[in-house]
Design a protein. Structure first.
Length: 157
């Protein structure tokens, strides 16, 4: 909500923000070399002059310093520390996962391979199927939908 920033028009604001993004992405710690200005999308000499006059950027030898960069953005050092911590965490997790994995055992016995069902699983599946069939035969439904036979007790006299 810095009033200097709020006074920029939409084109100037966009270029200002993209200057910050460019600096963070390229880890320049808030410095944009004159030769790199054309790499910042939307940046023109006129916009640079406005940013300097608004004291958002400061002219330095060879380029421009984004005035409040240190207070508002992550430095190159901060980003490297974060990357190293993330890499160390990934490696630690990978070592943990590798140490807790159960060894793969190859066997020709039924049910020992992934996707194979054991004899107990076959028996359970067969029992479940038989139970469903028995339930279907004794259901309260007066019509057998497979044969479309209406029981005698429902026939019209």
């Amino acid at each position: 909500m810095d009033r200097r920033v709020m006074r920029l028009n939409s084109v100037e604001f966009r270029a200002f923000i993209l200057g910050y993004l460019w600096s963070v992405s390229n880890r320049t710690d808030g410095f944009i070399d004159r030769e790199d200005l054309h790499l910042v999308p939307g940046m023109t000499g006129q916009i640079v002059a406005i940013l300097v006059s608004m004291q958002l950027w400061a002219a330095e030898d060879g380029g421009f310093r984004l005035v409040d960069f240190d207070a508002t953005q992550s430095s190159k050092h901060d980003l490297e520390v974060l990357e190293n911590a993330r890499r160390a965490d990934r490696e630690k997790k990978a070592r943990y996962r590798a140490s807790t994995k159960s060894p793969v055992v190859f066997s020709s016995a039924p049910g020992d391979s992934p996707g194979d069902e054991s004899q107990g699983q076959h028996r359970q599946a067969r029992q479940a199927r038989d139970n469903r069939q028995a339930r279907d035969k004794t259901s309260a439904d007066p019509m057998n939908w497979v044969t479309a036979v209406i029981p005698n007790s429902l026939e019209v006299a």
